[in-house]
Design a protein around this ligand. Structure first.
Ligand SMILES: Nc1ncnc2c1ncn2[C@@H]1O[C@H](COP(=O)(O)OP(=O)(O)OP(=O)(O)O)[C@@H](O)[C@H]1O
Ligand SMILES: [Mg+2]
Length: 258
């Protein structure tokens, strides 16, 4: 179904990350690596540390130990902006769009307006420029919406998530991180978002997706990384794994020894 164009370089990676919150050791030894052009699924039981690892890659948390790599270079991220500047953007679990703003405004929300080109003197991108850019970004992912000027609350859950994906892609040059992007969606809309992951990877970006939707995400992923209580239990090609394999590792890895 999919023909990944893997570039071979690391888009984003975490290497042996440890992260503690007070007494809670959210990550003990977590690693994941995503190359440009591939979709990597990060699976794990509730509380395994998936969101914490994603937030570390996104610049929200600074690892206590271990290293973050973006574009083949070790980096120290001080903030989400820092990660964005390096071409890494995120799609959140909770459809983090502003419901009363239009599609276009949401696509530009939280990002610095471009200050180059003929509009530089005004420090803003023209309204028409914004509409054109948003339209192009949506088209590139074959996302069809009734209108770009309707408030986002008038769209379906799937359409809203598609806007969130398009927004992340529009601002990403390196990798797109997704935390439970289908959690709020029905079956058909989840399929659409999973297909979008492939479309995004086909553009050469790395896609890292955290999900409990094992069958769907396993079907679109190139590789899988499984976290067990803050520790990377398995990294493997998706084609070598079945859903029962994934579940067994998620719940059973070293369980008998603990
Ligand atoms: N900011 C924080 N402060 C304190 N503890 C935290 C914080 N963030 C996460 N934790 C703890 O770290 C552990 C891992 O949480 P995390 O949210 O990363 O799990 P998860 O794998 O995303 O789980 P889920 O599948 O339920 O979303 C949990 O025990 C959680 O309570
Ligand atoms: Mg989580």
């Amino acid at each position: 179904m999919h023909v990944p164009e893997r570039t071979g370089t690391t888009a984003i990676a975490a290497q042996h990350v440890r992260k503690r919150f007070g007494h809670v050791e959210a990550l003990r030894d977590a690693s994941v690596s995503v190359r440009g052009g591939e979709v990597v699924a990060l699976f794990g039981d509730n509380g395994a540390g998936k969101s914490t690892l994603l937030r570390t890659l996104q610049g929200v948390h600074v690892p206590d130990e271990g290293q973050i790599v973006i574009g083949d270079r070790p980096v120290v991220l001080g903030s989400v902006r820092d990660a964005q500047r390096r071409g890494v953007d995120t799609v959140y679990q909770d459809l983090a769009l502003a419901p009363d703003l239009s599609v276009v405004d949401n696509m530009f929300l939280g990002h610095e307006v471009i200050r180059s080109g003929p509009c530089a003197a005004f420090g803003v991108l023209s309204r028409m420029g914004m509409v054109e850019r948003a339209d192009a970004a949506l088209r590139e992912l074959s996302i069809v919406l009734p209108s770009l000027t309707v408030p986002v609350r008038d769209l379906s859950g799937g359409q809203r998530q598609a806007v969130a994906v398009a927004r992340a892609v529009m601002w990403s040059r390196t990798a797109v991180l997704m935390d439970e992007p289908t959690a709020a969606l029905g079956a058909r809309q989840s399929e659409v978002v999973c297909e979008l992951m492939r479309t995004v990877a086909a553009r050469g970006l790395g896609v890292l997706v955290v999900s409990h939707d094992l069958p769907r995400v396993l079907a679109v992923a190139d590789r899988v990384s499984i976290l067990w209580r803050g520790e990377t239990a398995l990294e493997a090609d998706a084609s070598d794994l079945t859903v029962p394999d994934v579940v067994a590792t998620m719940v059973g890895y070293r369980a008998e020894a603990s």
